[in-house]
Design a protein around this ligand. Structure first.
Ligand code: FMN
Length: 326
């Protein structure tokens, strides 16, 4: 029994390595006799960037996928049940059954995967590799569209990113929220163990007295567009993840699919970064729906992929603050 519990604990720790918007790590995990109960953590919501909590549930789905891959690694198959609680929040129960699953080659990528915000190498991903990514099996209701650099859709999305930057960075509430998640020093990283560390943003440590000046100059649409333009120009493809019903259950499924996609790119030594602003700004997401041939589906996640040097890893919370028994 003790061995079983320690196996369950080990599986649950893989959730910690999942990506999450602003690195909020919005998950709480309870270990049960035969699996897990996983709750979204609403204690630090992104009320401006993610006012519907879609990204929160997508992040939760990424964490759930990691746990499932870790369970498969030990030979357990998983059955998921979505539970609507009294606050209209969706919790997930994972029931495991021994001997019903095979290990996946994606498991070994969980600790290696990272979000890459650097300027890429400006090298195209071969069509053969793109076909593999196109054919990846996704969860029910989830569909992804892959657009090559300079294709009509690629350039349309490029201008949507710029437009979304203009809207978000004209909003002081958006800027304040973003700022509250930036960790400017090692002591802040150690203190919070979440958020966007200066290392992953590609900047050096900013002394307190300079923070306001630097941020004021950088948190502007013109500066953001300049930086994003370089990122987009050197990317090989955009990948747009969409969903059909736009419900929390579907967002969790999208997160699971997204995580498999990210692990697969990592396995292929392909770098990936998020440019999710056009999905976050509703008027721009609506424009994308009208403009791109995406079957009237809801745009939820925009990635750019290509080749790049590895970057610094993001901080993570301690297991003891997110994993509990029963
Ligand atoms: C739903 C979701 C939305 C995200 N949106 C963005 C984004 O718009 N821009 C960005 O740079 N990173 C974005 N990220 C990446 C997170 O910031 C990143 O996962 C987090 O900082 C942890 O870093 P890691 O992925 O390297 O582990 C997003 C991640 C998720 C799961």
């Amino acid at each position: 029994m003790e061995k079983h519990l320690s196996d369950l604990y080990t599986m649950s720790t893989y959730a910690i390595k999942a990506p999450s918007s602003h690195n909020t790590q919005p998950w709480i995990i309870f270990i049960k006799d035969n699996g897990f109960e996983i709750y979204p953590d609403f204690s630090n919501p992104l009320t401006i960037a993610d006012n519907s909590n879609r990204e929160l549930y997508i992040s939760l789905g990424c964490a759930i996928e990691n746990i499932c891959l870790a369970a498969n690694e030990k030979g357990y198959g998983e059955a998921l049940t979505f539970i609507l609680n009294e606050n209209q929040q969706v919790n997930v129960r994972i029931d495991l059954s021994k001997g019903t699953a095979n290990p996946s080659a994606l498991f070994s990528q969980i600790n290696k995967r990272q979000t890459n915000r650097s300027v890429f190498f400006d090298r195209e991903i071969p069509d053969k590799e793109i076909t593999k990514l196109t054919n990846l099996k996704l969860d029910e209701g989830v569909k992804h569209f892959i657009y090559k650099y300079n294709a009509t859709e690629f350039n349309q999305i490029r201008s949507f990113v710029r437009e979304a930057n203009e809207i978000q960075l004209a909003d002081d509430r958006y800027k304040d929220e973003l700022l509250s998640w930036i960790r400017f020093s090692n002591s802040q990283i150690n203190q919070f163990q979440n958020g966007l560390s200066y290392k992953t943003l590609g900047v050096s440590i900013i002394p307190p007295f300079l923070r306001k000046i630097i941020i004021k100059s950088q948190l502007k649409a013109s500066a953001q567009n300049k930086a994003d333009e370089k990122r987009m120009q050197t990317s090989s493809h955009f990948v747009l993840f969409t969903c059909e019903k736009n419900t929390p259950e579907e967002w969790i499924k999208l997160g699971r699919s997204l995580q498999r996609f990210l692990l697969q790119t990592c396995k292929m030594k392909i770098a990936s970064g998020f440019l999710n602003q056009p999905c976050e700004v509703e008027v721009i997401a609506d424009k994308m729906k009208d403009c791109l041939q995406i079957e009237n589906r809801h745009p939820a996640i925009l990635l750019r992929i290509g080749y790049a040097h590895p970057v610094a890893y993001s901080p993570r919370k301690q297991a003891s603050s997110i994993i509990f028994n029963k």
